[in-house]
Design a protein around this ligand. Structure first.
Ligand SMILES: O=C[C@H](O)COP(=O)(O)O
Length: 211
């Protein structure tokens, strides 16, 4: 199982969480990555943790002020990028453009979607993986794997072989196992670690059942 921790714009310490994630990954063998703010990519990558961008723009080098160039994310140490997160929705043409930009820069890609129908469409754009996240469960602590397990199984069917992650409300080892049992190959989570009083304990207990 792939565990991708999205730090969003939470007021956490990205270096502290990245260092913890690097240690837990090394100690357990579980693939764990951290997606910080773009400005923190290089510092997070320096900790040795697998580092992901939260987004890259559908642009090439040129006059694009305020954009996130895929090559710049890669140069800063990103190995992959999320696209079309529920909190950063893109138009179809921009998802495709950002996917091509990420490919050009050698970044692994995950396209997020709300439901199985969107997962089917996202998979056709040929990302490395897709992630299903019902927006109404994000940040609630109620895991999608329990609240609506059919969303995960239907997404796995709809993805036609593209690996599926699930996210929203994932915070415990039990949630992780439930996601795996439903066919997910990873989880996308944020508040369960980024807003935890003790991120180390939160992350260690999350991966414990698969370590
Ligand atoms: O990117 C992460 C997801 O939006 C899930 O967030 P959450 O774990 O706080 O529910």
């Amino acid at each position: 199982m792939f565990v991708l921790i999205n730090l969003k714009a939470y007021p956490c310490d990205p270096i502290d969480i990245a260092s913890i994630a690097a240690e837990v990954a090394a100690n357990t063998g579980v693939r764990i990555a951290v997606a910080p703010q773009a400005a923190d990519l290089a510092a997070v990558a320096e900790t040795g943790v697998e580092t992901w961008a939260q987004h890259v723009s559908s642009i090439e080098h040129g006059s694009h002020t305020g954009s996130t160039l895929a090559e710049a994310a890669s140069r800063a140490g990103a190995e992959g990028t999320l696209l079309n997160h529920s909190e950063h929705r893109l138009r179809l043409a921009d998802i495709d453009g950002s996917l091509r930009a990420a490919e050009r820069a050698g970044l692994e890609t995950i396209v997020c979607a709300n439901n199985p129908k969107q997962i089917a469409a996202a998979s056709r754009l040929d990302p490395d993986s897709v992630a299903v996240e019902p927006p109404e469960l994000i940040g609630t602590g109620t895991p999608v794997s329990k609240a609506d397990p059919d969303i995960v199984t239907d997404s796995v069917d709809a993805a036609s072989g593209t690996p599926v992650l699930c996210g929203a409300g994932i915070s415990t080892g039990e949630d992780l196992v439930a996601a795996s049992d439903l066919g997910a190959e990873g989880v996308l989570l944020a508040s369960g670690v980024a807003k935890a009083d003790d991120p180390r304990t939160a992350l260690e207990s999350l991966v414990d059942p698969i370590a």
